[in-house]
Design a protein around this ligand. Structure first.
Ligand code: NAP
Length: 286
């Protein structure tokens, strides 16, 4: 473990607890990002990963009411169940019917979805890319894709084409972008200014062509090519995109910025973005 991640925790009776629930969850980078944030902000908080089996998200959220847990992140496969288990959802979580962040508002547990906002913040703050007016393609129609499609629709994009192997799911996802959303096809990829892979293709992958979600010949100079996959961070798609003159945007960017929204919700403080970025930056060279 690189030394910037090492932190000797000495929790006391005053220490506040935050956690992520998921299954599996031991690979999660969220504890590294959030504990770096708490340390940089000088907060006596600690963040842990809790492995919660499928179907148990409701019980985990109910436990939150009794335990003095200050903030909860929710990852696969619990995002839909968590949306049903909280007292109320924010507007974006209601639209997506999925929650990735639970915070307290008085006596109520509120479910939010910060994934899409995290994606757009990553483009703007890490890459100085404003998606407003852009023609976009999103590959996939699962939870990650839907949050990105919804956020791109809100960000004032000109066109959001959704490509998915199951067409009915592409239709549902495309509707989340509002009037600019539509179901697309592979021909849209080459014409797009922003291409987002929101499928797991490339996960744990090699640089083999099968690790690409579309033919590499669709990539071109100046395109922004984002991959939501974080294991590995430098996917075959991003390597190929960079080699062809496109701008690669990795999944760490979204991960850090969705976490930053959670930090803000839980602590009412501005997130220490540089510390959060630095906590995972070494993964870009692995
Ligand atoms: P999900 O809900 O399971 O959805 C996966 C989507 O990919 C579905 O639309 C599925 O198509 C499609 N797909 C799966 N395998 C495919 C294949 N072999 N060929 C073509 N399409 C395929 O997953 P998710 O939660 O959206 O996650 C997708 C990826 O994004 C994962 O790698 C996840 O780790 C990553 N992610 C990253 C972040 C971040 O912060 N960086 C946040 C969220 C997700 P069908 O509809 O036809 O099944």
């Amino acid at each position: 473990m690189p030394c910037q991640q090492a932190r000797v925790l000495s929790p006391t009776g005053a220490t506040r607890l935050a956690a992520v629930i998921g299954f599996p969850v031991r690979h999660s980078l969220s504890p590294v990002i959030h504990n770096a944030a708490f340390a940089a902000a000088g907060l006596d908080w600690v963040y842990v990963a809790l492995e919660v089996p499928p179907g148990q998200a409701g019980a985990a959220v109910a436990a939150l009411r009794g335990l003095d847990i200050a903030g909860l992140s929710v990852t696969m496969p619990h995002k839909d169940d968590a949306a049903r288990a909280v007292d109320r959802c924010t507007a974006v979580a209601s639209r997506l019917e999925a929650v990735n962040c639970v915070y307290r508002d008085g006596g109520l547990l509120v479910g939010d979805n910060t994934d899409g906002a995290g994606f757009v913040d990553g483009l703007r703050l890490d890459h100085h890319v404003d998606p407003s007016g852009m023609r976009c393609v999103v590959l996939g129609a699962g939870g990650g894709a839907r949050s990105v499609v919804q956020a791109l629709g809100e960000a004032g994009t000109a066109d959001v084409a959704v490509l998915n192997r199951t067409r009915s799911k592409a239709e549902v996802a495309a509707a989340l972008a509002g009037p600019v959303g539509r179901v697309g096809d592979m021909a849209d990829v080459a014409a797009a200014e922003l291409v987002v892979n929101a499928t797991p293709i490339g996960m744990g992958g090699t640089a083999a062509p099968a690790s690409l979600p579309f033919p590499a010949t669709s990539l071109r100079t100046g395109q922004i090519v984002a991959d939501l996959v974080v294991h590995p961070v430098r996917t075959a798609l991003l390597i190929e995109a960079e080699a062809r003159g496109a701008v690669p945007v990795d999944g760490l960017s979204m991960l850090v910025h969705q976490a930053a929204h959670g930090f803000r919700r839980w602590t009412d403080q501005e997130p220490p973005l540089d510390a959060m970025r630095a906590a995972v930056a070494h993964l870009r060279s692995t």
